[in-house]
Structure formats: structure tokens, C-alpha cells
Design a protein around this ligand. Structure first.
Ligand SMILES: [Zn+2]
Ligand SMILES: [Zn+2]
Length: 269
């Protein structure tokens, strides 16, 4: 299983990155590559096309419905519906509509963002399902487990289990925090994972007293330490943060390897 960072700018697109979007890929026993996208924020459909044809996605998981995580689903729908050289009918039938997993209200929000009129639906190309923490989602060799986290709107992090790229007989796990403050859900996500992809939007000192919205680098690092994770990747850092602050905060509390997400970065697990 491997992670490719498509967009990692926090809260809004930055000068060097689209907003949140992460591609997870893994091969099954027959050698077929399965493609799972987590979030599709503002501008992320552009760089996604550098990695794959968006019609090859097998599933899209949405952590929550803030624009910096879902804005480009409208653009993806346009791509799937109107691409002139779209896959032949038998190929579309085999794949069916793209499975989209998100919080309650996802279908109506995506429809409103696209501008559907009464009676219209996006179900010809998007099949929307509501996350249920007790119902893991299988996508080829990968399993997605949503975990509710703490944010001002209903929000989930996702644990993704799949075969190791280094040794397919071994199962590895990546956890994506989505947007969250420190909470029991974050600890559940991080518990024992190989890679924790954690947001670090806030800065210690600057954002003190604002609870229930975002992690700082320090709080992400503390979650990584509590979960004894193998590796921490910090993401969702807004362009207005001073470079390196979140990384330095996390280094103060977590001794394992830490890196910053950047567009195009690939993490092989
Ligand atoms: Zn966000
Ligand atoms: Zn958010």
C-alpha cells in the first residue's frame, strides 16, 4: 500500500498546494491496482490527473464536508459525466458509479455545491454511502474503517488496512486524521499504525483556547507517541503558518520519524 499526497494545504489552497486530497493504492493478488482517494479539496482534481485518470478511482472517502475537503467533487462529477473519450459502456457498467463514502448529508451537500435542480441527481456517476463506524468498507485489498473525530461539523478519520508494498503477505495500516482536535477518536485511529497522516493546522501559543477544531504539531505528535505509530506525516498546514513550526512542535514530543506532506510525496508502506 502506498500514499501519494495530491493536495495538503490546510483550510484553503496555498501557493504551493491544492487543498486536502490523498491517494492510496494497492495491488490485489491478480496484480490489479486499486485506487482509493481520501478527500478532494479545492484544486485537487488538477494534480490528481498527474497520477491517474480520475475515472480509474475505485472509491472516494470524504472525512467531512468542509469545502477544503470536498470542493472538487463537483469538478470530478463534470469530468466523469462529460469526458468525451470516456470509457466504453461495458467498462462503465463493470465499474458502476464511483462509490463515495462520507458523513450524513453528503449527497445533498454535493448536489447543492454542483447546483442540481429539483429532480436531478448525481447518482449516474456517484454512489453516495454514509460512513458507519461499525461497517468497514472493502475496496479490493484495502479496508477503510471510519472513526468519528472532533471538529465543528460531523467528521471522520479513516484507518486504511492493506497489504504491505514491501511484503504483500503482511498487513499494514495508515490512519488519516481528517480535521480534528485531540480526542478519543484520534487515539483510536493512531493506535499502533504504521503511518499516521495527521493534520497540524494550529500553532501552540497562537491558537491556544480554541478547542474542538484542529491539532497543533504538538498535539499531533502527542497522539503519535501515545499510539506508538511507526511514522508521522504532518499535513493540512495552512499557508499562513510559519514554515517548520508544526514539525518542530511534533519533534519535541514524538521520537519516531516525522515528515511534512507535500504535493507528490509518496509514502510506501
Ligand atoms: Zn480542513
Ligand atoms: Zn474542516
Amino acid at each position: 500500500m502506498r500514499l501519494t499526497v495530491i493536495g495538503c494545504a490546510g483550510s484553503f489552497p496555498g501557493p504551493a498546494s491544492a487543498a486536502s486530497s490523498y491517494l492510496l493504492q494497492s495491488e490485489d493478488a491478480e496484480g490489479r491496482t486499486w485506487n482509493v482517494l481520501l478527500d478532494l479539496g479545492n484544486g485537487a482534481l488538477g494534480p490528481l490527473q498527474r497520477v491517474l485518470d480520475p475515472s480509474e478511482l475505485d472509491a472516494l472517502g470524504l472525512s467531512h464536508l468542509h469545502a477544503d475537503h470536498v470542493a472538487d467533487v463537483s469538478a470530478l462529477y463534470v469530468y466523469l459525466k462529460y469526458r468525451p473519450d470516456r470509457p466504453a459502456a461495458h467498462e462503465r457498467q463493470r465499474r458502476g458509479p464511483l462509490a463515495v463514502h462520507g458523513p450524513f448529508g453528503t449527497a445533498s451537500r454535493l448536489g447543492a455545491a454542483y447546483g442540481l435542480t429539483a429532480g436531478e441527481s448525481m447518482s449516474d456517476h456517484l454512489a453516495v454511502h454514509v460512513w458507519r463506524p461499525d461497517r468497514p468498507v472493502r475496496v479490493g485489498p484495502m479496508t477503510l474503517i471510519p472513526v468519528a473525530v472532533e471538529h465543528p461539523v460531523p467528521a471522520y478519520g479513516v484507518r486504511v488496512e492493506g497489504p504491505s508494498d514491501h511484503d504483500p503477505a503482511r498487513t499494514v495500516t495508515l490512519a488519516y486524521s481528517g480535521d480534528t482536535d485531540a480526542c478519543a477518536g484520534l487515539d483510536e485511529l493512531a493506535d499502533g499504525v504504521d503511518v499516521l497522516l495527521a493534520e497540524a493546522s494550529f500553532v501552540e501559543g497562537r491558537d491556544d483556547g480554541v478547542d474542538g477544531i484542529h491539532l497543533t504539531g504538538r498535539r499531533a505528535g502527542e497522539a503519535a507517541a501515545r499510539g506508538r505509530v511507526g511514522r508521522l506525516v504532518l499535513t493540512h498546514i495552512p499557508a499562513w503558518n510559519a514554515p517548520g513550526v508544526g514539525l518542530a512542535e511534533a519533534r519535541g514530543v514524538y521520537e519516531g520519524p516525522i515528515e511534512l506532506a507535500a504535493p507528490g510525496v509518496v509514502v510506501v508502506i
